[in-house]
Design a protein around this ligand. Structure first.
Ligand code: PLP
Length: 400
């Protein structure tokens, strides 16, 4: 048996990947599985962006580029931050990586020393705690339940900060709950952070464009300018521009951190794909009408699913402010018995039951640090979502 590094024992395979694997297995057996487990828009990349990628190949942009982004893409990112967020970065304050994921990974590796603490509001995106552990740090997960809109309060932040705290990760609108911080809530968190100059913040804004109703997206570095030098503002093209497979993410932050991140990336992957960078330039600089069209479709799906789920006995959820997830309480199903005689004791049991009985793949809240909940993604075709909710309803009716 291969003796793996000890660090491999500190992380677990992502639960989202495990559910997808089992769903794929059942699909291979011929079953019609509806997967609501992946956080990926079902839209194709808009044509003008895809064309820019094709043009890049034809024009020979197929070689190594500058490690942390071409000058054209960095300039487009600077313009994006200026236009959308009122954030004024220079190109040497911009880092482009292979997805927002690599940008966050680079930042944590550049920031964290052994045993440094990183505050992560829970529920959280599955990757944050594992990334922190891989970097040698200690994730400090702070439970933020439904009663507080799944958002970190200033009191909780103050209580969680210790002399070892190196960083806070904020994600708004968030995965898995879709909870979005209001400007005033960020200001209040900023007041706490101002009192603790040693704490850095990673603001993960990857779902920025997915904001519903009267909730307006705001980002910490813009809302609390005094923190500008202590924030890495992370974003990317995956979610908003339907470009998950192109793998382009970016961040704006202090020059010394950006340089350190480039050094790390230079030893890991070098530059992100040259072709994808060219497409991302077009995404950021080109026409963006499709953002409003996609948003309206997502809003309709959100409303449809929220209503359908809340009509099911044993399940309940709030309508999220943003992103494309519903975080569903399955507390009401616990203790009930399946037709096979098994008692549902946890959200993991519920997710397994829904996969096996309803043939719908959802992710248990345990994976995101809060139980008993389940996450569904409504970034799937509208008819399939309707069908999935009907199947979940039917399956729940078989419980006694
Ligand atoms: N941040 C959050 C909260 C996410 O949910 C994801 C993807 O699921 C990412 C970052 C990373 O996105 P990407 O690496 O595709 O840019």
């Amino acid at each position: 048996m291969t003796t793996l590094a000890r660090r491999m024992g500190t992380i677990a395979p992502s639960a989202t990947i495990e559910i997808s694997r089992r769903a794929a297995e059942l699909r291979r057996e011929g079953l019609d599985i509806i997967s609501l487990s992946q956080g990926e828009p079902d839209f194709d990349t808009p044509t003008h962006i895809a064309q820019a990628g094709k043009r890049a190949i034809d024009e020979g942009h197929t070689r190594y580029t500058d490690v942390d982004g071409t000058p054209e893409l960095k300039q487009a990112v600077v313009a994006k931050f200026e236009r959308d967020n009122g954030l004024h970065y220079a190109t040497d304050q911009i880092s482009v990586g292979t997805g927002g994921k690599q940008v966050i990974f680079n930042a944590l590796f550049a920031l964290i020393d052994p045993d440094d603490e990183v505050i992560i509001p829970a529920p959280y995106w599955v990757s944050y705690p594992d990334m922190v552990r891989l970097a040698g740090g200690m994730p400090v997960c702070v439970e933020c339940g439904d009663d507080q809109g799944f958002k970190l309060t200033p009191e909780q932040l103050e209580a969680a900060i210790t002399p070892k705290t190196k960083c806070l990760i904020l994600n708004s609108p968030g995965n898995p709950t879709g909870a979005g911080y209001h400007r005033e809530e960020l200001v209040a968190l900023g007041e706490v952070l101002k009192r603790h100059p040693g704490v850095f913040v990673i603001s993960d804004d990857i779902y920025e464009y997915l904001a519903y109703d009267d909730w307006a997206f705001a980002t910490l570095a813009a809302v609390v300018p005094e923190l500008f030098e202590r924030v890495l503002t992370v974003n990317g093209v995956s979610k908003g521009y339907a470009m998950t497979g192109w793998r382009i993410g970016f961040g704006g932050g202090p020059k010394d951190l950006i340089r350190a991140m480039a050094m790390l990336q230079g030893q890991m992957t070098t530059n992100p794909s040259a072709v994808s960078q060219a497409a991302a330039v077009e995404a950021l600089n080109g026409p963006r009408d499709f953002l409003t069209e996609h948003l309206e479709i997502f809003r309709q799906r959100r409303d449809m699913c929220t209503e359908a789920i809340n009509a099911i006995d044993g399940l309940s959820c709030r309508a999220p402010e943003g992103a494309f997830y519903l975080f569903i309480s399955c507390q009401g199903l616990l203790g009930r018995q399946t037709p096979e005689g098994d008692v549902l004791e946890s959200d993991v049991d519920v997710a397994q039951f829904l996969l096996e009985q309803a043939h719908v793949a959802v992710v248990p809240g345990t994976a995101f640090g809060l139980a008993p909940w389940c996450r569904i993604s409504f970034a799937a075709a509208t008819e399939r979502l309707g069908e999935a909710c009907a199947r979940i309803d039917q399956a729940c009716r078989t419980l006694t």
